[in-house]
Ligand binder design. Structure first.
Ligand code: ADP
Ligand code: ASP
Ligand code: MG
Length: 402
């Protein structure tokens, strides 16, 4: 059996944790399995690298940021291979260049395109545990790229798909996927199973337990994921196409405090204007969410939408650059907002879910700014300061509490 095991930052934060992970990998190896280990940078080291860069310049070039980021993962894989060797098991560490993991060229937000498996296979055939850097890749210029914060999960799933692994296990600091972030909602309950679609929405809407692209890729290649703790032997949560357990109306609730809102006021009300606005943002690789268009005055309209807070400056600058082409009156941004979402495949066949969510927010005295829905999701934009209260109220209202 070939197993891919991914360990996040807290799971390799110090010497004790590194040896703990090494021992878990050796258990698998001693069963006769081929073991590929994907690691993140130790503890909060990636954040420290961001701080170091910021200390030099407020806007470091993205290429150089990626060059800097890659040392975090490189450090953990080398130390892990040393620990495994120390415990008497042959191991080798590999970075994205050595594997090779090809990505698109977008620094800081690259997508994996193809992974060469030859070197990995050779190392596995010589009965080594192979320890691979998460998060990083190589683009067509032979430069390092990174997959976006939290991207090591995606590396693990991509490797599992490329190697046709029998299992892909994501080890983290919680023992599974919960109905809400247990740090925010202490009464959250662990789920036994969740579908790819539900998890993809939750991950995209703020549940940072999995990188959203890892779920997208798992669905595409049919990789079953197990999310569990590196510190205990609890069962964890399985992410797959269909779940066996009875569908709950709502499977989870997520809060995204990183969302910012942009309003373009006084756009000319004519065909093609929405296309022009979102096209110029798409060209800059800016992801746009929750869009609202409303009628303005005198043949004008307003368009509001949300972007990730990392993109807000570039969004405003891009719109400003295109002001004459887009012909708007003014643009405004609002950063103190949050996105609150409920997700559940059971919603599809049950009317009244939205009403219950809105009623709950009304009773909690939370004002809704914007609403967006899909078949299995309802998202509202609210004031950031009310986020925690709102997520707790909604979580309780749908009977998710333990
Ligand atoms: P790692 O470094 O292992 O990748 P992350 O910090 O990226 O770990 O993800 C684990 C964290 O995700 C947990 O500590 C938890 O606070 C957070 N989280 C957010 N939403 C959820 C959820 N629905 N279920 C479990 N954890 C969640
Ligand atoms: N080390 C990277 C980060 O902190 C990647 C990851 O942890 O998945 O974002
Ligand atoms: Mg993570």
């Amino acid at each position: 059996m070939l197993v891919v095991k991914k360990f996040g930052g807290t799971s390799v934060a110090n010497k004790e944790r590194i040896f703990n992970v090494a021992k878990r990998c050796i258990e698998d190896y001693k069963k006769g399995n081929d073991v590929v280990v994907v690691l993140s940078a130790m503890g909060k080291y990636t954040d420290e690298l961001v701080d170091m860069a910021q200390d030099i310049t407020p806007k470091p070039p993205k290429r150089e940021m990626d060059m800097l980021f890659t040392i975090g993962e490189q450090m953990s894989v080398a130390l892990m291979a040393m620990a495994l060797n120390h415990l008497g098991v042959p191991a080798v560490s590999l970075n994205a260049f050595q594997v090779t993991m090809h990505t698109t060229s977008a620094y800081g937000n690259a997508r994996l395109k193809r992974i060469d498996t030859e070197r990995l296979r050779t190392e596995l055939e010589s009965r080594k545990i192979v320890v691979v850097t998460g998060f990083q890749g190589i683009n067509k210029y032979d430069d390092y790229t990174t997959l976006g914060r939290g991207g090591s999960d995606t590396t693990a799933v991509a490797l599992a798909a490329a190697l046709r692994a029998d299992a892909c296990e994501i080890y983290t600091d919680v023992d599974g996927i919960y109905t809400a972030d247990p740090r925010l909602v202490p009464t959250a309950r662990k789920l036994k199973e969740i579908t790819y679609d539900e998890m993809l929405d939750l991950a995209t809407l703020g549940a940072g337990v999995l990188h959203n692209r890892s779920v997208e890729m798992a669905k595409k290649y049919g990789v079953t994921l197990v999310v569990r703790s590196s510190l205990n032997n609890e069962e964890g949560t399985v992410v797959k196409e269909d779940v066996n357990v009875e569908r709950m109306l709502v499977s989870g609730v997520a809060l995204d405090r990183k969302a910012d809102r942009v309003a373009i006021v006084g756009l000319k009300d004519e065909p093609g204007i929405a296309f022009k606005v979102f096209d110029c943002l798409a060209r800059k690789n800016i992801n746009v969410d929750v869009i609202l268009q409303s009628i303005g005055r005198d043949g004008t309209k307003d368009i509001s939408f949300t972007v990730d807070d990392e993109d807000i400056e570039e969004t405003m600058a891009t719109l400003q650059e295109n002001k004459s082409r887009l012909a708007f009156d003014r643009i405004e941004s609002e950063t103190k907002i949050a996105k609150l979402s409920i997700v559940g495949a059971g919603m599809m066949s049950n009317p009244g879910v939205a009403a219950r969510m809105f009623e709950t927010l009304y009773n909690a005295n939370v004002n809704i700014n914007m609403i967006s829905t899909s078949e299995i999701r309802i998202t509202v934009l609210i004031e950031e300061s009310q986020g925690e209260r709102a997520i707790k109220a909604v979580h309780d209202a749908f009977g998710l509490a333990d």
